[in-house]
Design a protein around this ligand. Structure first.
Ligand SMILES: *[C@@H]1O[C@H](CO)[C@@H](O)[C@H](O)[C@H]1NC(C)=O
Ligand SMILES: *[C@@H]1O[C@H](CO)[C@@H](O)[C@H](O)[C@H]1NC(C)=O
Ligand SMILES: *[C@@H]1O[C@H](CO)[C@@H](O)[C@H](O)[C@H]1NC(C)=O
Length: 472
């Protein structure tokens, strides 16, 4: 199992501990969607412009039905009832791709679809994470099949829909289906979340032109795929649908629960040793150069200097880096820590280990910094999660971030790379000094999430794609 957040603090009173325990328990028990994992798989670097010419299902209204005075959500996916759906995941872990596919599995189960799941790559021996995730799926009526063999082939042939998750899953087609590949391709929907060069390999994606459609998390990523497949591989993308992601109900439950939020905030702040009035800027990503924590720290240092030079009256500001893993990223991690030491800002910078639950940190901080470099995030789910917690976002003007954050309204965008260091520093000072503005931006971010980045929006967008794929 991946590391749990390290929240135990001997200074806690029993009362607090109990409350904390309860909340954590509630949060952990709801579903996989609550495992707000540090999504490691989405490092990427791309500098393409905003996409055009894709079938955008970004702005669709949800279907509401009235029953007994209660507004009840009629799932836009209800037409999938009794349909057989095979979901093919390249791996099963607590990372963004597989968890997202699991969310789709549960949405489809929720409307009575027959859902089968295949994991292509499994480590040898028993893996605790895989075991618990598979059990979770079995509990919810998802059939878990072996990736190879007759059952897998038969299911692919009989399925109404096959969803391949991530580009890498393309390997499975030839390896397992073999001569049956052409029969299955017309009902394949390919869900792509990657934007890194090494996925553009013909042996992964050569069947792309023949599938029913592809679904990609942001316009910029879709544009990038269109370009790269054409130029590098000389193949055409199938009909491509941009589907922005949405926040799970479980996350929204915590984000909209004032009491839970307050308790989590107090607890995390206490464990970090910061006061209630201090202002916390946090980057919540796996720690790696692509995610830009080094540049974030440089901006942070610069903003401290600005505050000092201009003698600004602001509460003390802190930087929190959630997603450390000293056991893996030692060189980069060491570099970050050396910087902090060299600039003597140890009391202002807090490193937090990779954690399953980011909600406590979202409850505890004041501003999210999404500093992904190069091509940016493919989507960057933590951005909409932070907005759900009414946090303004300071993000690089790259990738999905630029499609989520409205510059000047729900946060500020700064350029990726070294030229973004000073703009980010200035934006941090701006948000530290203008409390009203910070809170307003957070509220606008929340409204934006409610308008277009909720699970039901995502379900609705996916439903349009599935309808099209099924009626082909
Ligand atoms: C697509 O490729 C062309 C040619 O290399 C390039 O000029 C264009 O900027 C690219 N577009 C995107 C969005 O990457
Ligand atoms: C964080 O993880 C490292 C190893 O990855 C471990 O040595 C350290 O104890 C952890 N920190 C906490 C506070 O659990
Ligand atoms: C964001 O808006 C600010 C003004 O509010 C502007 O100076 C900056 O250039 C904008 N950045 C981007 C990436 O559009």
């Amino acid at each position: 199992m991946a590391k749990q957040s390290t929240m135990g603090s001997p200074r806690l009173t029993f009362q607090k501990k109990k409350r904390w325990g309860l909340i954590l328990l509630v949060m952990l028990s709801v579903s996989t969607a609550v495992m707000f994992v540090i999504r490691a798989g989405y490092d990427s670097s791309c500098d393409c412009g905003v996409g055009k010419g894709f079938d955008s299902v970004v702005e669709q209204k949800v279907v509401l039905g009235q029953t007994n005075n209660k507004v009840k959500l009629v799932s836009p996916l209800s037409f999938m009832k009794s349909k057989v759906v095979l979901l093919v995941s390249h791996e099963l872990s607590l990372s963004g791709g597989p968890l997202l596919l699991m969310e789709l599995a549960f949405l489809l189960r929720g409307v009575g679809a027959e859902v089968c799941w295949i994991t292509i790559q499994k480590p040898p021996g028993k893996d605790e994470v895989i075991y618990s995730l598979e059990n979770k799926m079995l509990d919810r009526g998802v059939q878990v099949l072996s990736a190879k063999g007759k059952e897998a082939i038969d299911t692919a042939i009989k399925a109404d829909l096959v969803v391949l998750n991530t580009a890498v899953s393309g390997k499975w087609l030839d390896a397992v289906l073999n001569k049956d590949v052409p029969r299955v391709l017309p009902k394949v929907l390919w869900w792509i979340h990657e934007m890194r060069g090494h996925y553009f390999r013909l042996d992964y994606v050569k069947h792309l032109p023949m599938v029913a459609g592809s679904m990609i998390d942001s316009f910029v990523t879709a544009e990038y795929w269109k370009n790269r497949t054409q130029e590098r591989l000389k193949i055409q993308m199938p009909k491509t649908h941009v589907v922005h992601l949405g926040n799970s109900k479980e996350l929204m439950d915590v984000a909209e629960n004032r009491v839970a939020k307050r308790v989590l905030r107090e607890h995390v702040r206490e464990s970090l040793g910061v006061r209630n009035e201090d202002i916390l800027f946090a980057a919540i990503n796996s720690v790696s150069r692509g995610k830009g924590q080094d540049l974030f720290l440089r901006s942070f240092y610069e903003s401290l200097q600005l505050i000092q030079q201009k003698k600004l009256q602001v509460p003390s500001i802190h930087a929190v880096i959630v997603g450390s893993d000293m056991s893996v990223q030692t060189r980069f991690e060491t570099e970050l820590r050396d910087f902090v030491e060299q600039k003597k800002i140890q009391h202002r910078v807090h490193f937090v280990n990779k954690t399953l639950t980011v909600a406590p940190y979202l409850a505890a901080i004041d501003v999210l910094v999404q500093n992904s470099q190069g091509r940016g995030e493919c989507f960057g789910r933590v951005t909409i999660e932070a907005m759900a917690f009414q946090l303004p976002v300071l993000g690089t003007s790259a990738g999905g971030t630029a499609e989520i954050v409205v510059n000047g309204s729900t946060g500020f965008l700064h350029p990726a790379g070294k030229e973004g260091v000073s703009p980010l520093a200035k934006n941090m000072v701006k948000l530290a000094t203008h409390v009203e503005r910070r809170l307003t931006m957070g509220k606008r971010g929340y409204e934006r999430v409610k308008q277009r980045f909720m699970e039901h929006h995502m379900a609705d967008r996916i439903s349009h794609v599935l309808k099209e794929v099924l009626h082909k």
